[in-house]
Ligand binder design. Sequence first.
Ligand code: B12
Length: 635
Amino acid sequence: MASTSLLRQSIVTLNGLLLLLTLPMLVSITYHASFTQFLGPLALILFLFLKVVVHSAIYGVLIQLASGEEKFFSYRLMRENARALSSIYVVTHLIFVVSSLLIAQAVPAHIRPSLAALMAHWDIVFIYVFVSFVIHQRYLRPRNLPARRISVSVVEVSALLVLYIMEILVYYGSQQLPLGNYHLANVPTFFKFYIHFLECQFIARLIFRQYPEVLASYHPSADIILVNPIGAGVIFGLSSLVLLRLYPPFFVVLKALTPKHYRFKEYNRVMWRDEYYESGKLVALTCYTANAAEAYVIAKGFRERGSKVIIGGPHVSYMPEEALAFCDSVVIGEAEGVWKEVIADYQKGELKTTYHGHPLEAYYDAVHEELMQSPPYVAKDFIETTRGCKFQCHFCSVPGLANFKVRQKPIEQVVALIEKIRPYTRNFHFLDNNIYSNPVYARELFKALKPLKINWSTQCTIDIAKNTETLKLAKESGCGCLLIGYEATDIASGDQLRGKLGMVRKYQEYTKIIKRMGIQIKGHFIFGFEEDTFKGLWPFWKFCFLINPGISAFSLMTPIPGTKLYDDMLKEDRISNLNWQHYGLQSLVFKHKRLNNAVLSRLWPIICILFIYTTSQLIYLFILMIVLEIHYIVT
Ligand code: B12
């Protein structure tokens, strides 16, 4: 049992990285499928370059995961490993290839072909050499640990052998299979890579087992466990895993306000596993509506094992009673003003059931200091210049969360933070909900950002276009893109002035002004207003098409707790679905007066994708795809 546990752990790790494994597969397929025909030797160079980068990045990540130094895959790790290991990879590979050729030359001619075939696949030896070398350089040398003999059980050797044979079988087997279909032929390629990287992960774990002191150094016991649960649904789940793994700002806030002797463990949007539960800890979870179900399951699991659980965030701030069924305490509102009290009560063993974190008038300096001490990849995900929004749209929970006020971070703190991060990246996204909430502050901020020579993007309301001077300042300060909500539909009738500011008729004019200034627009559109009908989809599309943002995003009107819309729907008894997993803004969860819920729910994914492709600048890609498809059918 113990002999197979390392293999089992390796399989679990690798299964969490399936998407990552498609990368080397894509490199290989693209090369074989098309590049050779178009680019010739250039394709080979490009292929070798990509292969070196992708493979060394993946080997590096796998070794880090096996050591326990890192818990989760991220693109930051990929980048760092590609940079650090590419040259070692090239050198080891060259030595491996040259020595393989020399050995092949040395053997008698009649057994050479079969030996050559075998050697084409003995990259298991290469993996061993490469992984041992990296482990030695990274983990043993800095600790002055001598190399130890690796003891492996018979079962483990057999497992390695089976993997090796499977790799060869998949390769040769796939050549014999009648896989006429191009896509089907990719399946064995994927398996080959899967087995290859499984060998890598398994070998790394076998080596690390000889160095328990290294493993122990990465498993310090923590006092406080921070959790940002993954969002609901396949799309949000996948995007959370791969694209949107931002460092959660609330982790920074809690760390800043907790006495320094506490140690933290962090889980940021991971597929939850039972082995993450611990007893006797303080667990702090954040919760917005779409991830509430996941948050509650995790909270309950920790509580059952004897940990104390506290939940905060936009959802539970409005639904504290619901959350209390799964946790010990709920923090309503912002952590800044209340977390020190929570910790003091926890130390005394007297946690209250609810805490009220009233928004502080001023920014909390301790949080800024924490950010200044944090690594750039943490700090860059928590740059906000303002909190709150000057408008109160009936579907948005932000104004209420901010106590219907807008606060500004001192400009010198924003500048100091950006200066700290600038050597790491020049591209910034500010978390603000509306950077133009206070035009005077916005102008001063833009002036201060100008000398920093950065590119930035953020959310903003379209009224910024009314003031071309400010817009020009924004552009000069590095504004590359603004995310703008166009809350208007039924434009065809032209009579209903709706949306914030009642500026619907001017949306197009203002959009043009912003674009002319050289600022890209990410347009966010909502469907499902009270007046919306299926017939209205056509004028809605036309409206979005005429806005023609760089990228479009679409949501269905959703009554999120904490909004006027939610209160109205509750009063009118029109909420039809209270399963929070459907509150990711892509399902119709209330009884609409003019739209059929069942029909819209089925059609929405198609409508959404079509609209995204045809209303934004992705339309060029869309046209290209259609042309290629027609060309394919005709020829
Ligand atoms: C950045 C952002 C994102 C990012 C990352 C979110 C993340 N958490 O990782 C991305 C782009 C991925 C995103 C996506 C979505 N988001 Co969003 N997002 C935001 C935004 C603009 C900023 C969040 C933020 O980091 N603020 C700064 C930090 C410090 O604030 P905070 O997280 O709220 O934490 C504070 C308090 O809430 C509290 N707190 C929070 N957690 C905890 C935990 C404990 C223990 C304690 C004590 C206190 C505490 O203290 C903190 C400090 O003050 C907010 C709007 C806003 N201003 O809050 C919307 C917001 C959170 N998003 C929202 C929504 C609806 C979504 C989506 C579901 C829909 C969508 N299509 O946009 C998706 C979900 C994606 C997914 N994968 O599941 C809603 C949530 C409302 C709700 N009740 O659910 C918000 C409030 C916007 C809105 N207009 O209503 N989002």
